[in-house]
Design a protein around this ligand. Structure first.
Ligand code: HEC
Ligand code: HEC
Length: 266
């Protein structure tokens, strides 16, 4: 009798140990709520991440990070994203000199910025947005393998860009062009002009995709002029071309484009 009691106490202690251990790995971040760690995380974030995600983490070139918990991410999943980056996107793996502990501190800081709900999301009609997109945008943009190639593939744009940035891009308020899509105009020696986006260039040649999606290479010595206009190759869609309500619907549609998700059921 006394021996079974000893066994059960040992089992109990063992079980408690397991519970504490799994509690730690599932409960995620050891630094959540720790003021000093959060401060250190903020400094690291500003140094390593703010360029793309913004000082307030509300997104610039990269997405708004104040919504990541609201959209159901776990601490472990986010840790992996930061440690390893997202392959095939602009999101890099964190600098290898940043320790795991420092990654947790960055996440502890981001946790303090977490917004409970999607604040700037005005529900639009994504089905109508898709129709508008097919009519006005798909000629230049591919989504899931369909559409034109003059502009970038937008299959992941719902993850990659913030709503205010999309609005600026669509309304035509963005000055700088994405690399690989800079506008270019070539004037040949016989005076013909060819417009497109610049894919590559060096001192002696330029490679472009013209507006008919043909990749063309030109020797600088063979053409009269290579011009780099500042106006994007994407037309500006002002309210005359795209009403506020259609824009809102297009944004709802774009927010559904999250690319290939390996964990999604087939
Ligand atoms: C060069 C720009 C760049 C830098 C630097 C960068 N990110 Fe990103 N980040 C991105 C982009 C772009 C995405 C969207 C990737 C995609 O298409 O899924 C992203 C995605 C993420 C995501 C996933 C968001 C989601 O909703 O799934 C997290 C989390 C994240 N970044 C955190 C960080 C942290 C923390 C740092 C600093 C250690 C950092 N990023 C540095 C550009 C960047
Ligand atoms: C004539 C071709 C063309 C049409 C039509 C067009 N776009 Fe674009 N789009 C482009 C090009 C080229 C770029 C890259 C331009 C740049 O960076 O200046 C671009 C860039 C974008 C970007 C930025 C992508 C990123 O990764 O940041 C978004 C978003 C976008 N377009 C959405 C739209 C929407 C929505 C429509 C329809 C209302 C549309 N486009 C119509 C050519 C087009």
């Amino acid at each position: 009798m006394p021996s079974t009691k000893i066994v059960s106490v040992a089992t109990l202690i063992w079980l408690l140990g397991v519970a504490v251990a799994t509690g730690q790995t599932q409960g995620g971040n050891p630094h959540t709520g720790n003021e000093a760690a959060i401060k250190a995380g903020m400094a690291l974030f500003r140094f390593r991440c703010a360029d793309c995600h913004g000082m307030d983490a509300k997104g610039v070139r990269g997405p708004d990070l104040t919504q990541i918990w609201a959209s159901g991410r776990t601490d472990e999943g986010l840790f992996g994203t930061v440690r390893n980056g997202v392959s095939g996107t602009e999101m890099p793996a964190v600098d290898p000199r940043t320790s795991d502990d420092e990654v947790w501190k960055i996440l502890a800081y981001l946790r303090t910025l977490a917004a409970p709900t999607l604040t700037d999301q005005v529900a639009g009609n994504a089905d109508n947005g898709e129709r508008v997109f097919r009519a006005q945008c798909a000629g230049c943009h591919r989504v899931k393998g369909r559409g034109g190639r003059l502009g970038p593939d937008l299959s992941r744009v719902g993850n990659a860009r913030t709503r205010p940035m999309l609005v600026r891009r669509i309304r035509g308020a963005v000055e700088d062009s994405l690399s690989g899509y800079e506008p270019v105009t070539i004037t040949t020696k016989n005076g013909q002009t060819i417009q497109g986006v610049k894919k590559n260039e060096d001192l002696t040649s330029v490679q472009i995709m013209d507006t008919r999606e043909r990749i063309q290479g030109y020797l600088r010595s063979d053409v009269r002029n290579v011009e780099n206009p500042t106006k994007s190759a994407m037309p500006a869609f002002g309210p005359d071309r795209l009403s506020e309500s259609d824009l809102n619907d297009v944004l709802s549609y774009l927010s559904t484009l999250k690319g290939f998700d390996p964990s999604a059921p087939k």
